[in-house]
Design a protein around this ligand. Structure first.
Ligand SMILES: [Mn+2]
Length: 336
């Protein structure tokens, strides 16, 4: 099978060299990995293994149960303190090692560690702007799209399960190719995958991401929607999930994935917020906006970030969901 062309790939030569020669690769991604993070990691690991390399994943946090198929057949290791068993570390969908919640790693790996390659589509912010080994393209739809560029440039053909993982990654971050971050390159990749795998691939990924939903997730969605309140003449939709809500639904916080988009789907809403209180004292707020509202600009007021229309922050001044809501309402009006 030939690898299809991936236009506008532009993978930095150093990345091609490092990934091209590595034999024992450790793949990392952000805390509480999402579909793009895990799909990208799976695709990279399976393709490298099919090419005779060893590739293992170390994960932190929790993941949504409906994404667990993305771990099947992969080698998962405990998060290492010593990286000497590997000749390359690849960080995906994240370019800041602090997002791993391994604070001791801070900005770089310990001395004597193998080289680090970072592949991400989040805006670089202050850190890691032009560092060697960084492949950061905020214009890309997803990390999955960038991993596809990388594999194509290396002439590595992803096996069927890796193609499914790449499609899962891109679909996860684009609302199944319905959002404005859907790129021509991502759609070309879908065309390539359908050509290689057949149309059932799209159906399979859609079923896994959008259907096959566990009952606890639907129950939690109902409770989250019950909490929805509109503010500022219906422009802001605000929902909260609390320890009580989680308990009532028998769910975990990872089951709230994409709930914040329900608020944004309401007519007239330009900003949707979901306050997540898991009882740990850490209040997480997810934001989704419509143009011209910038979710990332609002998140940055609280020390958070993300993409223009999809961002998040931790409200460190709030101890309860009510306080987080009050803080958000106080700041949001200027953005609406
Ligand atoms: Mn992503």
């Amino acid at each position: 099978m030939t690898v299809k062309s991936a236009p506008d790939a532009a993978v930095p030569p150093l990345i091609l060299e490092l990934v091209g020669r590595a034999r024992h690769i450790l793949i990392l991604t952000h805390h509480n990995p999402d579909g793009d993070a895990l799909g990208s990691a799976r695709a990279l690991a399976l393709t490298l293994e099919a090419a005779g390399r060893s590739a293992v994943l170390a994960l932190t946090g929790t993941l949504d149960q409906h994404l667990s198929f993305l771990l099947e057949g992969l080698s998962i290791v405990d998060f290492p303190n010593d990286f000497s068993a590997y000749d390359l570390v690849v960080l995906l969908d994240c370019h800041c090692l602090t997002r791993l919640e391994r604070k001791e790693l801070a900005v770089s790996l310990p001395d004597g560690s193998p080289p680090l390659v970072v592949i991400d589509h989040h805006p670089p912010g202050d850190r890691g702007k032009a560092e060697a080994g960084f492949y950061i393209k905020p214009a890309a739809s997803s990390t999955g799209e960038l991993v596809w560029h990388l594999l194509s440039a290396l002439n590595l053909s992803p096996p069927p399960e890796a193609r499914e993982a790449l499609l899962t990654a891109m679909a996860s971050d684009t609302g199944f190719f319905s959002q404005s971050n859907t790129t021509a390159a991502a759609l070309r990749a879908v065309a390539d995958f359908v050509e290689m795998s057949g149309g059932h691939l799209v159906e399979t990924v859609h079923r896994r991401l959008r259907e096959d939903v566990p009952l606890k997730r639907l129950k939690l969605m109902g409770l989250a929607l019950d909490s929805l309140r509109l503010h500022f003449d219906g422009r802001l939709a605000l929902m909260a999930v609390t320890p009580d809500t989680l308990k009532a639904a028998g769910a975990v916080m990872a089951d709230t994935e994409d709930f914040v988009e329900l608020g944004r789907s309401l007519a007239g809403v330009t900003l949707s917020a979901l306050i997540k209180d898991n009882g740990s004292g850490r209040l997480r707020v997810s934001l989704r906006s419509r143009e011209p509202v910038s979710a990332s600009a609002l998140a940055s007021l609280f020390g958070g970030g993300g993409h223009r229309l999809a961002a998040a922050y931790d409200d460190r001044l709030a101890a309860t969901a009510e306080e987080a809501a009050a803080n958000l309402l106080a700041r949001a009006e200027n953005f609406l």
